[in-house]
Design a protein around this ligand. Sequence first.
Ligand SMILES: Cc1cc2nc3c(=O)[nH]c(=O)nc-3n(C[C@H](O)[C@H](O)[C@H](O)COP(=O)(O)OP(=O)(O)OC[C@H]3O[C@@H](n4cnc5c(N)ncnc54)[C@H](O)[C@@H]3O)c2cc1C
Ligand code: SF4
Length: 569
Amino acid sequence: VTGPDYDVVIVGSGFAGSLIGSKLAAAGLRLAIVEAGLADEDERDHRRALREAFAGSAAGEIFAPYSGLLSNDGNEPARRHYVHDDQGNDRFGGEYLGLAGGSGRAWLGTALRLCPSDFRLRTLYGQGRDWPIAYRDLEPWYCRAESELGVAGSPEVDLELAAKRTSPYPMAPLPQSFSDQVVARAVDGMTFDDQPVVVAPTPQARNSLDGYDGRQVCEGYASCVPLCPVGAKYDPLVHLRRALLSGADLFTGTVAISLSSGPDRRITGLKVRKPDGLTVELRARLFVVAANGIQSPMLLLRSRDQSAAGVANCSGQVGRNLMDHPEKHSCAILPQPVFGHRGPQSTSGIETLRDGAFRRRRGAFRTALRNDGWRVVNRAPYGDPTGTLPQHGTVLDLIRSKGLFGAQLKAALQSLGPRQFALQSMVEMLPDPENRVTLSLETGLFDLQQPRIHFSLGDYARQGIQAAAQFHARVFHKLGSGDGETHIHLTSDPCAQDAAGSHLMGTTVMGDDPSTSVVDSHCCAHDHPNLMIVGSSVFPTGAAANPTLTISALALRAAEHVLQRLPML
Ligand SMILES: Cc1cc2nc3c(=O)[nH]c(=O)nc-3n(C[C@H](O)[C@H](O)[C@H](O)COP(=O)(O)OP(=O)(O)OC[C@H]3O[C@@H](n4cnc5c(N)ncnc54)[C@H](O)[C@@H]3O)c2cc1C
Ligand code: SF4
């Protein structure tokens, strides 16, 4: 009889998998990370390949530089890998990358904490669920996560929301852009739904200090999504490399197919398909599933050797409560030039509207002040060749609709481009057990069964989206933008989202009660003694903050728990 191959096997090398992996490998555990996506053996080659793919890509979508790198299915963005039960603007559009490092390879870097109220939505506002932990339980782990990722920020963002800090941000905030300062002056003294409107520097995982953790200072190229050309923005390869340097094995191009379990409920192995097509089983004392809010529940649901409901699913909650942050985007031509595209794509936001009594009736939202013209909204300056997005103010509009060319075109571009400005609000939605991921019969990304998605935003989020649109209109009014030059609704429905947030939350919910939740407060599966699930799939509610700093804090906390618990397994 031989022992297990590893102490711990982790599925997924995104933020969650790489952070937990780096800590466990550093503690000397025998560790394997199974990653369906492809790796980049050499950083310089990788960056060269990205540049070439970006320059040669005809696609104007956010993953353009990576699209050729999505494994198995070639150029298809992840959103086309869903089978949808629903149509229309409400439908689920969250995306993710199948690469070593996960979606963190393309993230923007916004690194916000949740605020204390976010953990107690049911108690305070009678909505959604409470978390089984409080802000104070996670606060020390937020500090560690900010240090590990290298977050530049200012404490006012947290203090505005009563989120006390025990350590300062590791780096001073990035400079606020010129347009941030214009907006801050315009909204000074404004309130919305009884909350003050305050523009504050956004905490972000990019270096404001040259050399922090060996990375260089942000040079302001404004191409953070999809990639930072100089590595000033944190991405999960930082911790993946550390895990490998500490001795972890990384299996790339290797797809986790299913978990096997014994009658005693212990997970006994992970079946994986190797790049050569062979299926083998990895054995370990502990298994950590970190494959994101779509693929983590899919793996559990595929694992049916002991129960048709899958692994970790005695509660029936695996795959349910799917949440995202629906986004409202609005753009305006301002009377004065604000000269976007200098610095990161967003350097300030309005966080004060993330909490308030209004959460009894509608979703909260945070508003990012975009620093990249109308790029997010209608692919300005070029425009959308499909004609489905608003054309106003784009090159296509000026040529096609207004018939400008030569000196006139140049003058119009010089006038409009620097005056383009956009607001982007991400809205809170509630967990709904009927919003769910199940297994479809069709094959998709990684040659696995495609996720079948049943999803609807619900009235709470739709009212939040409408409030965000009203808020945008008021801010534009303060900025002196004329109505005819402002596009509030990119869709005909004022309560519909303009974009999905790609924040994949809720599908392996955390709670104290095994009959209504999948994992406990340390991300351990209720139903199996040696299974953990990490990532935003464990979030009971999504609040109105980008999720990744919380994913990271929970992963670091889970790593410490593993180190305490593993000797007993
Ligand atoms: C364009 C964009 C911008 C974003 N910007 C921000 C931001 O500014 N701030 C923020 O907080 N969040 C942002 N996000 C969200 C953020 O990227 C995610 O929250 C984060 O990447 C999730 O990390 P994760 O480790 O849980 O999952 P992922 O990053 O999805 O990693 C999961 C990994 O598991 C692998 N995997 C999946 N299934 C299998 C399988 N069966 N076998 C083996 N491997 C598997 C995947 O290939 C992937 O590498 C952004 C997302 C996008 C798309
Ligand atoms: S602004 Fe430029 S240098 Fe700074 S993080 Fe973004 S892409 Fe990197």
